[in-house]
Design a protein around this ligand. Structure first.
Ligand SMILES: C[S@@+](CC[C@H](N)C(=O)[O-])C[C@H]1O[C@@H](n2cnc3c(N)ncnc32)[C@H](O)[C@@H]1O
Length: 263
């Protein structure tokens, strides 16, 4: 069974195959563009992307801020930090992207040094979300904005998997993140940190063809051997999903909380 800090450790040590998979999985796409619109990133802005992975979001933002702007790409994993530098150089924006390693408890940036801070699917993993969001506020200048996009695992709906089976599955996989229901908590945490004009949108793109299956299989990997549910239950859930996809009766929702707030 995984230890208490698995939610953190499994991002610090990533084997080569998983790194390669993430390099492909975290690509920028049209759906991403729509999610980042409320961040209102403009030419000349200084922006940080917290939890940058291989840097594809930071590179896109570097194009939006132009040669007069700058992007700080931040991640706990040293391979992702190196990949972000390499990918930014290959994309021709290496001069306006600085990649740093950090875990979110203290950001390696001066007070009031940013116009925007973006983060996607990362606050769910930090040790202390309240502390990290206070750090976001510290590094933003007056009028600066934070733009956070996070899921909420227990809010996922996977039809036709019975609700109680899905709850057991999520519960068994939840040691892989620190705060599995972070989506619904962001509004309150932003307010506690002193942000104002907090806007919350909940976005979900129904999946009817199995787009979310790789993520569900990842969760199954965490749930197996957790000791919190029988492995046979996990396999039954996966086969129910695969049969429903073939039969055309599958529908999955994975809500994304898109929260923008002002310093
Ligand atoms: C699910 S990935 C999301 C990557 C990227 N934001 C995206 O949406 O494509 C989570 C990222 O957060 C990073 N991460 C996890 N825990 C972290 C922490 N405590 N501090 C900083 N980065 C962290 C991981 O290394 C990984 O790159």
């Amino acid at each position: 069974m995984a230890g208490d800090s698995f939610y953190r450790d499994h991002w610090i040590n990533i084997d080569r195959d998983r790194l390669d998979r993430y390099q492909r999985m975290f690509q920028w796409n049209a759906a991403s563009s729509a999610l980042y619109e409320p961040a209102d990133i403009r030419l000349g802005h200084i922006v940080a992307d917290f939890g940058c992975g291989p840097g594809h979001t930071a590179i896109e933002i570097a194009k939006w801020v132009g040669s007069g702007g700058h992007v700080h790409a931040l991640d706990i994993n040293s391979d992702f930090v190196a990949q972000s530098r390499k990918n930014a150089n290959a994309a021709g924006v290496g001069d306006r992207v600085t990649a740093h390693q950090c875990d979110g408890s203290i950001l390696p940036l001066p007070d009031e040094s940013l116009d925007r801070l973006t983060t996607r699917n990362t606050i769910i993993y930090v040790d202390d979300p309240e502390r990290t969001i206070r750090e976001f506020r510290r590094v933003l200048g007056a009028g600066g904005r934070v733009h956070a996009i996070e899921g909420d695992w227990p809010m996922m709906v996977i039809e036709p998997v019975p609700f109680k089976d899905w709850v057991a599955f999520v519960n068994a996989a939840s040691h892989a993140c620190r705060t599995p229901d972070i989506g619904r908590k962001l509004y309150g945490l932003m307010g506690l940190a002193g942000f104002s004009d907090i806007d919350v949108q909940v976005v979900t793109r129904p999946d009817t063809d199995g787009r979310l299956l790789p993520m569900i299989k990842n969760m199954a990997g965490y749930a197996r051997g957790s000791g919190k549910t029988n492995d046979a239950v996990i396999e039954k859930i996966l086969s129910t999903i695969e049969q429903a996809i073939s039969a055309g009766s599958y529908l999955a929702l994975a809500p994304q909380f898109v929260v923008t707030a002002t310093r």
